[in-house]
Design a protein around this ligand. Structure first.
Ligand SMILES: [Zn+2]
Length: 188
């Protein structure tokens, strides 16, 4: 992320790791140590998260485990809640400034009851990155639909419909739905 993809600024990266707010499971100190060892990573940008934000499970029983997330700070100008009294930009906050771009889930437990977690005999990492989000960072644009993955589809939709820029903005949700579906159709 910091060397190949256009050299993302390490100072803009935030990470989170699991600390159990219910006290049943050990904290993910291995992930914590990995982040602190990354060159240029700001230790103040490492935050803890509990079951809601940093623990993944597909159901009430079954494989599950802690996760570590990477978030990117687009900068204060991307905050869309600046006029909300008391708003503070934060990881897992509500505004558009700091956005999750990657999640690594460490599938290491088999959950058999609300409180029983058995270690899995074989463990793995389920890793997922937001493709449109990383492209929007690299291209320096505000949002997925401004990237060259999707914007040309919105432009063509506007051309075919003969709408004005104002009409396009008024119908923006429809434009996004059309762009998403057109792209999905090309996967075949
Ligand atoms: Zn904000």
């Amino acid at each position: 992320m910091t060397k190949v993809w256009g050299g993302l600024d390490p100072a803009r990266l935030h990470a989170s790791y699991f600390v159990d707010d219910q006290g049943d499971l050990p904290s993910d100190d291995e992930a914590r140590q990995c982040w602190l060892a990354q060159p240029g990573f700001n230790p103040d940008h490492l935050i803890q998260g509990g079951r809601d934000d940093n623990f993944w499970e597909m159901a009430e029983t079954g494989p599950c485990g802690p996760c570590t997330e990477i978030h990117y700070d687009f900068g204060p100008e991307f905050c869309d809640m600046q006029d909300v009294p008391g708003h503070v930009c934060a990881v897992n906050g509500d505004c558009a400034r700091i956005v999750e771009i990657w999640n690594n889930v460490f599938i290491q437990y088999n959950r058999t009851s609300p409180t029983d977690f058995q270690p899995l005999p074989k463990r793995h990492v389920d890793t997922g990155m937001g493709f449109e989000r990383i492209v929007s960072i690299i291209q320096g644009v505000n949002g997925n639909y401004e990237t060259d993955l999707l914007k040309p589809l919105l432009d063509e939709t506007q051309r075919l419909s003969g709408q004005s820029i104002a009409e396009r903005e008024a119908d923006f949700t429809s434009y996004r739905v059309i762009a998403d579906h057109v792209r999905a159709a090309t996967f075949f």
